[in-house]
Write a protein that binds this ligand. Structure first.
Ligand code: FMN
Length: 367
């Protein structure tokens, strides 16, 4: 897959869907980003079945109306942008049924309109989250079929890439991790058994997702919790999933349980991505704390990762790619409608890249 550059807009849930369908908000959010130069734009995590919704306003694609609406969104993005388009699909597992951000996040109980949550074992992720119902064999088959059905729908859309959400403590991650998976059947116990569901999903999705389009999975670099997955485990998982049909791993971090202590810092996952890339022999995208263009450039130039997926810096500044090009002395194509703001056409442009730090922080405080 050839991308115009190695900058990706990371998937970002907008909590703005209407019965799983994207709304005007999604188009303005993704449209503004897609016309601002990133090589790849991800559409947020899209649920494969109703039980998998993170909250009631999450995107989903398990019925025809949702497929039609997502198809329209993709077509509208294509009409305005040369960026490659990716879709992330997932299932929130034991972290499903959350309150909307405006209602304070956290678990939404059944008696307030929440829904039954499922996991590999009847173990809560802590922090007041409910104990999930353990998926039985029929439930596991249902989830696997739901991923395949959503991937088949995605294959009918004009997308370049599909990513499975296997991180952040959601359903697939919770099967991989011994912290949340204490099953005694073929889907738990040994590393191979804990990997079984994800591997089956990758193989089955690969069979319906066109060969010439990329398939990846987002994985936690590790769990950062006692008894959880470490980097060596993740390397083993990545190597097995490459074998099963994944083209890349997006290396990320997110809590498998309320005990997790993730050591956030700028670019902290790049060394993990490098090790996974080297040891598992798979392409990597790294996400988390990459917002300095020089650091992003160093990550891809030194081969630590094949791409960087940036989230909050794009919410802060949808034209982050333009700023990165300026900071690195590169040029990036502007849409003709925006050409009069191009540095070469606007000599009196405010010197944003060279702005003094005090000035930047003062403005942030004021806004
Ligand atoms: C508003 C918001 C929504 C997010 N939604 C998703 C999502 O749907 N899927 C996912 O894998 N990560 C999601 N993330 C995580 C980001 O993709 C990203 O990996 C994380 O924010 C770290 O990158 P950053 O430091 O550049 O923000 C979300 C992050 C934010 C800020």
């Amino acid at each position: 897959m050839i991308v115009p550059n190695r900058i990706a807009v990371s998937p970002m849930a907008q909590y703005s869907a209407d019965r799983g369908c994207p709304t005007d908000w999604h188009f303005q959010h993704l449209g503004a980003l897609a016309v601002s130069g990133p090589g790849l734009v991800f559409i947020e995590s899209t649920s494969v079945e109703p039980q998998g919704y993170g909250c009631s306003a999450c995107l989903a694609m398990h019925d025809d109306e949702q497929e039609r609406a997502l198809s329209q969104l993709v077509q509208r993005l294509r009409a305005v942008s040369p960026a490659m388009l990716g879709l992330q699909i997932g299932h929130s597992g034991r972290k499903a049924s959350a309150r909307l951000p405006l209602d304070g996040n956290g678990p939404l109980p059944l008696d307030e309109g929440g829904w039954q949550v499922f996991g590999p074992s009847a173990i809560s992720c802590g922090g007041g989250w409910p104990v999930p119902q353990e998926l039985d064999e029929a439930g596991i088959a249902r989830v696997r079929d739901a991923f395949v059905a959503t991937a088949s729908r995605a294959a009918r859309l004009d997308l370049n890439l599909l990513e499975l959400h296997g991180a952040h403590g959601y359903l697939l991650h919770s099967f991989l991790s011994p912290v949340s998976n204490q099953r005694r059947d073929a889907y738990g116990g040994s590393p191979e058994n804990r990997l079984r569901l994800v591997r089956e999903i990758v193989v089955a999705v690969r069979a319906v997702w066109p060969e010439e389009r990329a398939l990846g999975i987002r994985l936690n670099a590790q769990d950062w919790v006692a008894g959880g997955l470490d980097l060596a485990d993740t390397i083993g998982i990545a190597a097995a999933l490459k074998e099963a049909g994944c083209d890349y791993v997006c290396v990320s971090a997110g809590a498998i349980s309320s005990e997790a202590k993730i050591p956030f810092s700028a670019g902290y996952l790049a060394p993990y991505a490098a090790e996974i890339k080297r040891s598992a022999g798979i392409s990597t995208i790294v996400t988390g704390g990459v917002h300095d263009p020089h650091q992003a450039e160093a990550i891809v130039a030194t081969g630590q990762a094949d791409g960087v997926a940036i989230a909050r810096a794009f919410l802060d500044d949808p034209r982050w790619t333009w700023r990165a090009a300026q900071a690195l002395g590169q040029s990036v194509d502007y849409p003709f409608q925006f050409m009069r703001a191009h540095p070469q056409r606007w000599p009196l442009a405010p010197p944003r890249a060279a702005e003094p730090v005090e000035e930047t922080s003062r403005r942030r405080v004021l806004s």
